[in-house]
Design a protein around this ligand. Structure first.
Ligand SMILES: [Fe+2]
Ligand SMILES: [Fe+2]
Length: 158
């Protein structure tokens, strides 16, 4: 069960306007915040592993929903978006693998990666999808401006 009362880094500026997508994004932020709690409370190894797997599984379900919406609404730039989802899944699989092999320090890297990835992906790629669904062409064009894209943090840095 995802506890939304937990303190997390959710920011309402990340709201896309699609109620289901937004609810799932909020849940992803809560799951990401569990990683911080694992570090602070020095939770058991099995619990920590469970949290990482839950985050990866929930993200996969969320991506499947977005990709379904892309197909039914004929989203024109779905290939790039799907590659970003795929990168996240691959990166989480690698993090889980390294954690299970005894690299406990990976939790910090995981938290930084997940927070930056979610913020960047939602604020550009998911927003473009939301604009496509709602027909907001003006905001979609704004999101595509180089100035806007340059202000996003480099996820690859983590
Ligand atoms: Fe997405
Ligand atoms: Fe998303």
């Amino acid at each position: 069960m995802i506890d939304h009362a937990l303190n997390n880094n959710w920011d309402d500026r990340l709201l896309t306007g699609h109620s289901v997508i937004d609810a799932q994004h909020k849940s992803l932020f809560v799951l990401a915040s569990y990683i911080t709690h694992i570090e602070i409370e020095q939770a058991s190894k099995s619990f920590a592993g469970e949290v990482l797997c839950q985050l990866a599984d929930y993200a996969k379900d969320h991506f499947a929903l977005e990709e379904y919406i892309m197909r039914v609404t004929k989203f024109p730039i779905c290939a790039e978006h799907i590659v970003e989802h795929w990168d996240f899944i691959q990166r989480m699989a690698s993090i889980i693998d390294r954690y299970e092999r005894g690299n406990d320090g990976i939790l910090l890297e995981c938290r930084q990666f997940v927070s930056a990835w979610l913020e960047n992906h939602i604020s550009v790629s998911d927003m473009l999808l939301a604009c496509h669904i709602s027909g907001d062409v003006e905001f979609a064009n704004e999101l595509r401006q180089p100035d806007f894209l340059q202000n996003q943090k480099g996820v690859g840095d983590y």
